[in-house]
Design a protein around this ligand. Structure first.
Ligand code: CP
Ligand code: NVA
Length: 301
């Protein structure tokens, strides 16, 4: 019963299998209405709990639609309406949920909540984002890169901005999928030291993006960051905005990605987001296809 907790905790062969399955499932649905059921109905009879301790648009909707397309049923639950971690232990919630559902996806603050859920659940658990990682996002990003520009192996990916949870999953992916990752951002927002060795740092964004095949950024203030840090972070990160001048220094066919939600004209300009190198809408769509493949992997169907 494999969980999908983090990219570095999943075997590279399984990760590749997930990407290939996602691409095949996506292609089989081309042109069909969104509510069309997949022919093989791999999740027929399966019940999936989708738990959110934080807001979500893409994760919530893409998981819900994905389960339904595969013939399963979903329950979308707000963490604050449950006894999760306050009325009872995470372990007890995990034991109980495992009696009702076949799969659990959880978006949470503390990574410990996810790990405890996975330890005590007797059904697979999927990480839908924690303060530290966002592996489903990066699986969608790799699917997106490869459908536009071919194999990601050996390519140069540059992250400009905050060394946050989404960056961490990119760092894990750099090792598992064998690509080069450069972080460019201010020293106080350097990624956590546990990621050392998985990427290189270049403080100057103009130098960092030279030869880049993919330029990525994310919000300057994440859901787990205190709003009081907003102004300081904006001051620290302003020089790392992805604008056309920066994109022009990357390879001509370099892609631009952002997991969204974006603060237009802060971390990236609208010119870049809506420009010819941007693949942000494909990236958002691919959450659906990547996660369907992740759920099949977890359930072995
Ligand atoms: N990218 C992403 O996870 O978006 P949501 O927060 O809307 O789910
Ligand atoms: N880093 C962002 C990603 C949102 C999908 C956050 O954690 O808020």
């Amino acid at each position: 019963m494999p969980h999908f907790l983090d990219i570095h905790k999943t075997d590279p062969t399984d990760l590749r299998g997930i990407i290939d399955t996602a691409a095949a499932m996506k292609s089989a649905r081309t042109g069909k209405p969104k509510g069309t059921r997949d022919a093989d109905q791999p999740l027929s009879g399966q019940m999936v709990a989708l738990i959110f301790e934080k807001p979500s648009t893409r994760t919530r909707i893409s998981f819900d639609v994905g389960v339904r397309q595969m013939g399963g049923e979903t329950m979308v639950l707000s963490g604050k309406d449950m006894q999760l971690g306050h009325g009872e232990t995470i372990a007890d919630t995990a034991r109980v949920l495992s009696r009702y559902v076949d799969l659990i996806m959880i978006r949470t603050f503390e990574e410990q909540t996810l790990l405890e859920m996975a330890e005590y659940a007797t059904v697979p658990v999927i990480n839908g984002l924690t303060d530290r990682t966002h592996p489903c996002q990066i699986m969608a990003d790799i699917l997106t890169f490869e459908e536009h520009n071919g194999p990601i192996k050996g390519k140069k990916v540059v992250w400009s901005g905050d060394g946050n949870n989404v960056f961490a999953s990119f760092a894990h992916a750099a090792k598992q999928f064998d690509f080069d990752l450069t972080f460019t951002g201010p020293e106080p927002l350097q990624p956590e030291t546990a990621l050392d060795g998985l990427y290189t740092t270049e403080r100057d964004p103009a130098k960092a993006v030279e030869g880049a095949d993919l330029v990525v950024t994310d919000t300057w203030v994440s859901m787990h960051d205190p709003q009081s840090a907003r102004e300081r972070r904006h001051n620290q990160l302003r020089g790392y905005q992805v604008n056309q001048g920066l994109m022009d220094r990357a390879k001509p066919d370099a892609l631009f990605m952002h997991c969204l939600p974006a603060h237009r004209d802060d971390e990236a300009t609208s010119e870049v987001m809506d420009g010819p190198n941007s693949v942000i809408w494909d990236e958002a769509e691919n959450r659906l296809h990547a996660q369907k493949a992740i759920m099949r992997f977890c359930l072995g169907v």
